[in-house]
Design a protein around this ligand. Sequence first.
Ligand code: KG4
Ligand code: ZN
Length: 349
Amino acid sequence: MSFRGGPVLGIESSCDETSAAVVADNRVLGHVILSQDAHAVFGGVVPEIAARQHLVHIDGVVERALDEASIGPADLAGVGVTAGPGLIGALLVGLNWAKGFAYALGLPVVGVHHMEAHLYANSLESPDATPPFVALLISGGHTLLLYTPAWGRYELLGATRDDAAGEAFDKVARRLGLGFPGGPEIEKFAQQGNAGTCRLPRPMLSARDDPGDASYFDFSFSGLKTAASLMIGEIEAAVDGDVDAARAHVAAEFQEAVVDVLVAKTMRAVEHTRCRRVLLGGGVARNALLRETLASALEPAGRMFAPSPRLSTDNAAMVARLAEHRLWAGQTDGLDLNADPALPFPGLS
Ligand code: KG4
Ligand code: ZN
């Protein structure tokens, strides 16, 4: 089945957002994101609940996205769907729904990589967010620093060795008794405190680091998370002092520590590649301190691209956008397309 242009339906179900979007010629015609609130009481995503919730909501979410685009299924020209990485049960719902829908309508279907889709979110809002660029992809499950000389070609510079940046935000938020997802909660709580009042480490950053070292571009957030957790424990055990204020200082210091590391490693990539264009993607890209710090580190000659908050966290518009790109390139998948919870990043060297 070949693609001759026209609206592309995107489906995203890799974690706890059930989302559908219609994109045509790089424009979003309809977009619905349903964030499942059934996980909040558990303080994290429960995979089985996520899968069941996708099943309950996917029909309605797609219907609303098509309504918003003022089109019907017969007007579609292709279907794109997240094939991985993600939670297997959650992925399977979206993928099988998309395959069944495409088969019934005789449409080409293309499976996309969730993190590559986060990268493409930028081009929906900034047409000039094109390669070459350095990309920092930061979500709840991944932390990737890439150099992209051309679309579809990615040089891996660094990745996390343990927790992802978003995961560290979520876990420290949980330790502070804040809500889920933790990133926005920490960001809000940090406004009541001052970074620097207490001191947390900046992991994998040393002035003596050498570009030849394996750790030069890599990240590690697990030790920082533990250090923050120990500090919170000490504050709570102390008999005197303003516990709430001290906890807010830890939140502010933790946020600043993560941002310092992310920005320093990204600037190392900028120097190494001599490419001063940087793209952000993934939920942590919503963080205002990160955006401000990176944007000013890139001044005066550099440029930072970051999606709007709605397109930074999980959404189907980015999936439809990448699918449209792939379909124009003549790349489609067969109905044997399968979900892969550990799908490797495509085109990586
Ligand atoms: O990309 P995303 O929506 O889902 C995954 O692919 O994982 O990213 C979710 C992650 C969560 O860990 C969440 O805490 C984090 O993004 N996040 C933030 C902010 N908003 C969301 N982290 C820091 N600051 C924020 N404002
Ligand atoms: Zn994501």
